[in-house]
Design a protein around this ligand. Structure first.
Ligand code: C5P
Length: 222
């Protein structure tokens, strides 16, 4: 495993997805959106009628996921069993289901190697909850991105509105807080910063400001 990894962990809505994509583009590195694997597992389970607490069945599903990540006209496209599910995996329902599935140790174990396979030259930007604490513990630079729950709800609201989805700000805030609780309190790979992570609060920062700070940190690492 010689390729360098930049891990970007943090709660949902802190801007990890956008920031990770922009940094990966700037560096010409690969990108791992680890949350999408949990989302895909949840979506697949829902489609197959598998209960979201049936750990052995979900782990089997996770290890056999038939997924293709590809770029189409510069946009990331995700296919599950040959079907384009790019938009479907982004819904709040799938996100919440993903966080249930992600609390199961056997599911996390089943997705571990698949995530590590993304580590290829010239480098990888890995976006998730446990990239720095579990999946890539030896990463040379680990970032923990946060923002207040209110700010994250506001951002999600904007994002959904741009996608033409009508959602109430207060219910989004409740969902974000519930998901934070589940992600931070679960017994396996809870959402916590790695000991050697650099924490960055993005509440009052714009996306370009965050990208600049991270680029600066990276260049200091040489
Ligand atoms: O980041 P995203 O919102 O797509 O992740 C969906 C859910 O997947 C999270 O709420 C979290 O429960 C889970 N997840 C995880 N570990 C990761 C990435 C995501 O447990 N590395």
């Amino acid at each position: 495993h010689s390729a360098p990894v930049l891990t970007i962990d943090g709660p949902g809505g802190a801007g990890k997805g956008t920031i990770s994509r922009l940094i990966a583009e700037r560096l010409g590195w690969h990108l791992l959106d680890s949350g999408s694997l949990y989302r895909l597992t949840a979506l697949s389970a829902i489609g197959k009628g598998i209960a979201l607490d049936d750990e052995p069945a979900l782990a089997a599903l996770a290890s056999a996921l038939d997924v293709v990540f590809r770029a189409e006209n510069g946009e990331a496209v995700v296919e599950l069993e040959g079907r384009d599910v790019t938009r479907e995996i982004r819904t709040e329902q799938v996100g919440n289901s993903a966080s249930l599935v992600a609390a199961l140790p056997a599911v996390r174990q089943a997705l571990l190697e698949r995530q590590r396979d993304f580590r290829q030259a010239p480098g990888l930007v890995a976006d998730g909850r446990d990239m720095g604490t579990v999946v890539f513990v030896d990463a040379p630079l680990k970032i923990f991105l946060t923002a207040s729950a209110e700010e994250r709800a506001r951002r999600r609201h904007l994002q959904l509105r741009e996608a033409g989805v009508d959602a109430s700000l207060s219910s989004l805030l409740k969902e974000i807080q519930a998901r934070d609780d589940r992600d931070t309190q679960r017994s396996v790979a809870p959402l916590v910063p790695a000991d050697d992570a650099i924490e960055l609060d993005t509440t009052r920062l714009s996306i370009p400001e965050v990208v600049d700070r991270l680029s600066e940190l990276l260049s200091r690492k040489g």
